[in-house]
Each structure stands twice: as C-alpha cells, then as structure tokens.
Write a new protein. Structure first.
Length: 104
C-alpha cells in the first residue's frame, strides 16, 4: 500500500479528483439569491477560505470546479456574510476534465 503525504504538492500522486460544486438558488438552501449577491464556497482542505462561485447562464445556478484531495470533505456556503450548509451535497464527479483556465 502506498502511503501518500498531503503536502507533496502533486495532485496526481496524492490522488486528488476534479469536482464541480453546484449551488442552486432556492434548492441548495431554501432562500432565493438576488442578482446582486455573491455566493462563496468554503472548503475544509483550504482552511475554509472563501472561494467565489461563478454564475452559470441559467439564473440562480452557481458553480465552482476544484481539485479536491481524497478523504472526507467538509464545506459550507456564504452569501453576504451569512453562513449556510446543506445536508444534500451538490457535487458532480467529472468524467472529462475541464481545461478552461479562468483568471479572476
């Protein structure tokens, strides 16, 4: 068995996976998101620092595509400094990697 360390900075060696996190206004949480509000996801393996979720073309849907390490993953959302979590996780395993690079 291979004993991998989570600090080698090699996503492939460490077994990281690309995932798409999806937030749907009124579904992920029972509150509707206004157009002028921003949605952030906070991931445990990043010390819960806020990560901006991009709006999709479909109104009220936001997403973030991230490389995540193996093992348990905890996260929550913030909207205008309000904290939200959900029992139903909106995560999608990607069969084909997304190769678009976004500079924000």
């Amino acid at each position: 068995m291979l004993n991998l360390k989570a600090y080698s900075n090699c996503w492939i060696c460490e077994g990281w996976t690309q995932m798409k996190f999806i937030f749907v206004s009124g579904v992920t949480i029972p509150r509707e998101i206004k157009q002028d509000e921003n949605v952030f996801i906070h991931l445990s393996f990043e010390g819960y620092t806020p990560d901006y979720m991009l709006p999709e073309k479909k109104a009220g849907v936001y997403y973030s595509v991230r490389m995540v390490p193996p093992g348990p993953l905890n996260f929550f959302y913030t909207i205008n400094d309000e904290y939200f979590h959900t029992a139903e996780k909106k995560i999608e395993d990607l069969e084909k990697p997304i190769t678009t690079v976004l500079y924000i």
